[in-house]
Design a protein around this ligand. Sequence first.
Ligand code: UDP
Length: 310
Amino acid sequence: MPKKTVLITGGAGFIGSHLSQKLLNCGYSVICLDNFITGSLDNIRPFLKDKNFRLDVCNVANRIDIAGKIDYILHCASLASPKDYLNFPIQTLKVGSLGTHNALGLAKKKKAVFLLFSTSEVYGDPFVHPQKENYWGNVNPVGLRGCYDESKRFAEAITMAYHRVHKLDTKIARIFNTYGPRMRHNDGRVVPNFIDQALKGKPLTVYGRGKQTRSFCYIDDLVEGLFCLMRSKENRPVNLGNPGEFTVIRLARLVLKLTASKSKIVFKELPQDDPRQRQPDISRARKSLGWKPFVSLEDGLKSTISWFKG
Ligand code: UDP
């Protein structure tokens, strides 16, 4: 049987490169599109000599045209760290809106299954806890995070419109905080920040009093969830994340313990609209995909720390 071809936008990023690796391991042929605004050649260098992997450097916010058969389009491209989307708000809006439209247009032309990489940020600073997919969220459209949150909300809306109007087989993954090897040292998100700071003996920067919570999913678990979702019959949004919920201060202490670091903790101003709590309800993923995460925060941090040391 001929290999199935998967086109992945943002394939050289943190999540995109891990998923590309999984797809290659499972016998798929992978076309990776990336403009390297936050992605990195180092993430995909080992695949470049694989005949089943192809890299096309381009910005998906511009028109995309790829010759040949494509079975799946995974739209992963985005600036996902608050630090990045605050630095590049217009690019963030464009890849979430124009980029999604272009990727959907290509999926329609190729009759490909389409998977949108959405985010727990669609729930904003939630009033419902834990967050289920039927919660509509609490987002400030004109705040600093609006560029990311609203572009992803638009992306979900246009994905559903293509599903309803063009009968495209679409999937929406709402991805909660994910961490692991290949995150950039200067990524700005909390896990790489704390690990980098702890290993360099610098103070760990806890924003606010560190009472806000997040639920951290190890990358290998997330990749399994995405792989199940893309091959499933599910067309509704699906939360993918680890329901284990931790305060940011607890995470800081855990990173200090696991790195045996003597770094201090310093408290900095809480960023605007920083969600106070976040935890996925993953009943839909369990039921519909038969998926759940396995890696504990402690084990995932140990692997991530050893990668950061290397
Ligand atoms: N945070 C922190 N110190 C840092 C980076 C982040 O205390 O050096 C906090 C941030 O305010 C937020 C949480 O950690 O409450 C997670 O932030 P991150 O940027 O990883 O992602 P978010 O979930 O906010 O998109």
